[in-house]
Design a protein around this ligand. Structure first.
Ligand code: FES
Length: 150
């Protein structure tokens, strides 16, 4: 849900109340444009892809997460590795990722994997090993991966 605050067509340039019955409807041009795109469908949606559906890597930067205070090198390592691999994946920071005290914490939205105690080297491996090759970095996964005895 989103709230949009449009200019009041009944107010003039100096915030003065216009004479009754004489609104400046041209001030509602944005409303008309949005209506044509999203309600009437008479204009095309001005985006080629939905940014909400693009996979992302999020790094917790919450101050509640004491070990996460050193999150910046992790973000930089993820950005470098994603760029080097030529992936279409956002690297972003976030608030709490629900694994507090095990930071730095990284979440990959592609398959909803959480990583804890991520170093810059681990971040690079997450991209190269998990995102590129499809093999999650089990040592840093959360919850911990239990290895079978077989
Ligand atoms: S504060 Fe970082 S995971 Fe909760």
């Amino acid at each position: 849900m989103m709230n949009l605050f449009l200019p009041n067509p009944f107010l003039g340039e100096d915030e003065d109340l216009l004479p009754e019955g004489k609104p400046q409807l041209e001030k509602l041009g944005l409303y008309q444009e949005l209506r044509e795109i999203y309600v009437q469908g008479t204009r095309p949606i001005p985006f080629e892809d939905n940014p909400l559906k693009r996979p992302y890597l999020a790094v917790c930067r919450s101050s509640r997460c004491y070990p996460s205070r050193n999150w910046e090198p992790v973000v930089e390592a993820l950005q470098t590795a994603v760029k080097a691999a030529g992936l279409d994946v956002y690297v972003m920071t976030s608030g709490c990722l629900e694994v507090c005290k095990l930071g730095p914490v990284v979440h990959y939205s592609g398959d909803r994997t959480w990583y804890t105690r991520v170093t810059p080297d681990t971040a690079t491996r997450i991209v190269q090993q998990h995102l590129v090759q499809g093999n999650p970095v089990s040592e840093n996964q959360y919850p911990p991966v239990v290895q079978s005895a077989n």
